[in-house]
Structures are given as structure tokens and as C-alpha cells.
Design a binder for this molecule. Structure first.
Ligand code: EPZ
Length: 420
């Protein structure tokens, strides 16, 4: 838990090193349960979600350790395959379900409670496991799965990222071929498929809406360097545009951020793609229209940072959040900073102005928290961002240090009750 104090800041200028992708590393950690050999993940990001999923892997009998800049996991003997308590704390724990089931024939997973951005059910994950032959039973708020997995055709009603990852991992050890229809196409899906292939899996079509997996007897350990975090890069790109700065985002990949980069360019920001990263320069001059969609559409995880950009751009901007049913929690906090935002169900209309007013605001979820930090950079007066649940540290590595190194006036004040 932390409190961030943000002062009005000059244009951000300099370089930011983009870390490994949280949403790529979490499924890679889950995939380590598919083999009894060692999985080595290079440059793991220092994020609390990564630490928490490692604790889940340890609770399943895995051994986790660090060697220089590598996260090492060895799940030789799996025990008590259950992630019941962890599921309540972090939804991504559900990603161990497929690997546990494929490796041990059993898994017990708590039904996730809702979270700030929506109910986020796991029905598509369970539909996939059931299609692969698992017995799925509900028992005291948890789901128990058991059975030997056999290849099947799995149709995902929604191109769910997590369900695609869970089914793909489970299918690697199923008997026969599995076809996943209407699969998610995010870069993190491709990264997971690449790693599973290095472990000996037979996968084709990752990145398209149809993925085919031919099951094998066993998978081997591997050594893998994850892709960089497109959402961290996108958040920092918004920070550059909000302050009218000039940032080189080292390691960022333009091919993972096309929707954002097009919208920034349409609104007047200069985007330059270098071999080693992305340069973002200048301010937004035009209001925007943003519709969040599954990849390659505009990412829902960048809706909040983009809304801050809209708040500080004169004119009427319109947002349509089509992925999650309650992802405008930051609007209320931005209103406390003087923003003019009208939310009606999945739509938000922003009447932008030249600046916001500093205020004391609360973090409601990970990406909203980051957006509030960005809002403080462009506000008149001091902004205090209270992040008692520690949302920001779940997904942004050393966020205040990275921003301060390019000129942001931001301090982290550990909350007096912070756990040591
Ligand atoms: C992943 O979450 C990301 N998390 C999220 O990032 C991201 O916002 C989301 O994909 C969408 O891109 C990780 O990768 C760890 P979904 P996930 O399943 O897999 C519905 C962040 O800030 N759905 O693609 O949970 C669901 O309710 C986080 O880093 C079902 O109905 O997302 C949602 O409306 C936030 N049934 C939609 O699909 C299911 O069984 C997309 O969810 C599963 C999902």
C-alpha cells in the first residue's frame, strides 16, 4: 500500500526502460506447472502480482527461486492442487487450473469474487475444461475439476484472454488434438504459445482466432525471455502526450500498440518507431473517440490513461468500454480534480479543458491508479493518490522512479500502516 504525492510537472523528457509484460509473465509462471523440469524466465518484472502467483505455485508444490535476473520454477512433485484462497486475492490465479488438471488430473479453484472492473466470471474457462473431458462440480463456493483430458473443439463465446491461455495450456498434455475457436489474439497469447512450443508442445495458429494444439506425453523445462509490457509502454506514452513531452520508450514494440499509436497520431501526437523502442513527442490537439475491444482493437487497459489525456484536451471526447461492465471507476476520482465526465452505462463523454485541479484521490483498480498519477502531472496544485490496496504496484514496476527519472515531480510516501 502506498501514497503518491504528485506536483504539476514539466514536459517529461528522456528515456524509460519498459519492463517484461505482467500479462505475459503470469501465464508463463502457470505454465511451469506443466513440467517437472525447471522453467527459467528472464527479467521477471518486480510486481506484486508476480510474487503472488509464485506463492500460488509454491502452494501447489512448486519450488521457486531467483538466479541473477532469472525467475526459476521447478514443479517436480505437485501436491494439494488447489488455489482456492489465492483466487480471491488475485484473479490471475485461475491460470493454474489448466496446468494442474493436465498434470495431476485434479484442480480445485475458488469461484472468483467480482472485482472493481466487473464480475469477471470464469465460465468460459470451465466450459473449455469440460469440453476437454474434465468433471466440473461446484462445492462450497469452489469448483472441483477432475479427469483425464482428451482433445476437443472449444468455442469461446467471448475471445477471453485467460480462457484461451488456460485451455491452450491444458490441451498441451491432452490425448489428441484440440481446436480453440474464437480464441483471443493478444501478443501475450503468442508469447505463451512460443514458450510452450520451446517446452515441446505442438501448437499452431496462436495470434489468430483459431488455435490448434496436438497433445504430447510430457513437456520439458525451458529458458524464456518474455515480451515487454505493452500496457506499461502505452501508459508512459500517454504520460508523454499529457505533459507535451518527448519520451523514448526503450523496448516498447509498435506492433503491439497499433491501436493506441493510431489514436495518438490522429490527435496530433508525434509517434516514431525505432529498432530499440518508440519515441512519443508533443501534445494532443484534437479530442478523441475511443472504443475498447479485444486485440487488436484499442486495449481496455489503456482506457483510463487515455481518459486523462481527453480530460486535458479541449473539446468533446467519447469513450465506449465494450470489454468490462464497470471500468469507469476513475471517472469519479477525476471529477474530484475538476474533470467534466458524464458516464452512461458503457459510454463516457468527456468535455476536456486545459488542466485539472490537484486533489486527494483514491485508487480503485490498477490502471485507474496509474491514470490518476498521470492526471496529477498535468494538474494545478498538488495531487495525493491514495493506493492503500497497492493496486499500482501490482502492474507497474518502480513507477515513481521511472517517472521521476524523466522529470515528473512525484514522491512515494509509504502509508503509515504499510506492511513491512
Ligand atoms: C486479461 O484479463 C488481462 N489480465 C486484463 O488485464 C485485461 O484487461 C483483459 O485480459 C482484457 O484484455 C491478464 O492477462 C492477467 P478476459 P482476463 O477473460 O483474462 C469476460 C490488467 O490491468 N469473461 O479476456 O481476466 C470478462 O468478464 C488486467 O493488467 C467471461 O464472460 O480477461 C470480460 O468482460 C485487467 N467469462 C471479458 O470476457 C470468462 O470465463 C474479457 O475478459 C472469462 C471472461
Amino acid at each position: 500500500m502506498a501514497i503518491f504525492v504528485v506536483q504539476p510537472s514539466p514536459p517529461l523528457i528522456g528515456e524509460i526502460e519498459i519492463g517484461s509484460s505482467k500479462n505475459a509473465v503470469l501465464p508463463l509462471i502457470a505454465a511451469s506447472l506443466l513440467t517437472g523440469e525447471t522453467m527459467r524466465i528472464d527479467r521477471p518484472p518486480a510486481l506484486s502480482d508476480v510474487e503472488m502467483l509464485c506463492q500460488v505455485v509454491e502452494s501447489c508444490g512448486g519450488r521457486v527461486w531467483k538466479e541473477q535476473d532469472q525467475l526459476c520454477i521447478e514443479a517436480a512433485e505437485l501436491v494439494s492442487p488447489t488455489v482456492e484462497d489465492a483466487m480471491r486475492r488475485m484473479r490471475a490465479s485461475v491460470l493454474v487450473m489448466g496446468p494442474l488438471l493436465a498434470r495431476t488430473g485434479r484442480a480445485r479453484v475458488a469461484l472468483p469474487g467480482g472485482c472493481a472492473i466487473g464480475q469477471r466470471p470464469i465460465d468460459l474457462h470451465l466450459k473449455g475444461m469440460s469440453a476437454l473431458g474434465a468433471q466440473v462440480t461446484l462445492h462450497q463456493g469452489a469448483v472441483e475439476l477432475s479427469g483425464t483430458l482428451r482433445g476437443a473443439v472449444v468455442y469461446l463465446d467471448t475471445p477471453s484472454v485467460g480462457a484461451t491461455e488456460n485451455v491452450m495450456m491444458a490441451a498441451t498434455l491432452a490425448k489428441g488434438a484440440t481446436r480453440i475457436e474464437n480464441a483471443a489474439k493478444e501478443p501475450e497469447i503468442i508469447d505463451l504459445a512460443n514458450c510452450l512450443t520451446m517446452m515441446g508442445a505442438h501448437i499452431s495458429g496462436a495470434g489468430s482466432s483459431t488455435i490448434v494444439v496436438d497433445g504430447v506425453e510430457a513437456l520439458q523445462g525451458t529458458h524464456y525471455l518474455p515480451i515487454t509490457d505493452r500496457i506499461e509502454a502505452g501508459t508512459m506514452a500517454c504520460a508523454a502526450a499529457i505533459t507535451g513531452g518527448n519520451l523514448l520508450l526503450r523496448g516498447a514494440r509498435a506492433d503491439h500498440l497499433r491501436a493506441l499509436l493510431f489514436k495518438l497520431h490522429e490527435s496530433g501526437v508525434e509517434v516514431m518507431d525505432y529498432p530499440g523502442g518508440l519515441r512519443i513527442r508533443g501534445r494532443v490537439h484534437e479530442p478523441m473517440e475511443i472504443r475498447t475491444m479485444a486485440y487488436p482493437g484499442f486495449p481496455t487497459d489503456l482506457q483510463a490513461p487515455m481518459m486523462v489525456l481527453a480530460c486535458t484536451t479541449p473539446g468533446t471526447s467519447v469513450f465506449m468500454e465494450t470489454v468490462f461492465e464497470n471500468r469507469y471507476m476513475h471517472a469519479g476520482e477525476l471529477r474530484r480534480m475538476g474533470a467534466n465526465i458524464r458516464v452512461e452505462d458503457r459510454m463516457a463523454v468527456v468535455e476536456g479543458a486545459t488542466a485539472l485541479e490537484g486533489a486527494r484521490v483514491q485508487c480503485t483498480d490498477l490502471r485507474a491508479g496509474a491514470a490518476l498519477l498521470l492526471a496529477g502531472l498535468a494538474a494545478h496544485g498538488e495531487t495525493v493518490v491514495e493506493d492503500l490496496p497497492g493496486h499500482i504496484d501490482r502492474g507497474y514496476e518502480h513507477v515513481e522512479t521511472k517517472l521521476r527519472n524523466v522529470g515528473a515531480l512525484i514522491e512515494r510516501v509509504e502509508h503509515p500502516n504499510a506492511s513491512v
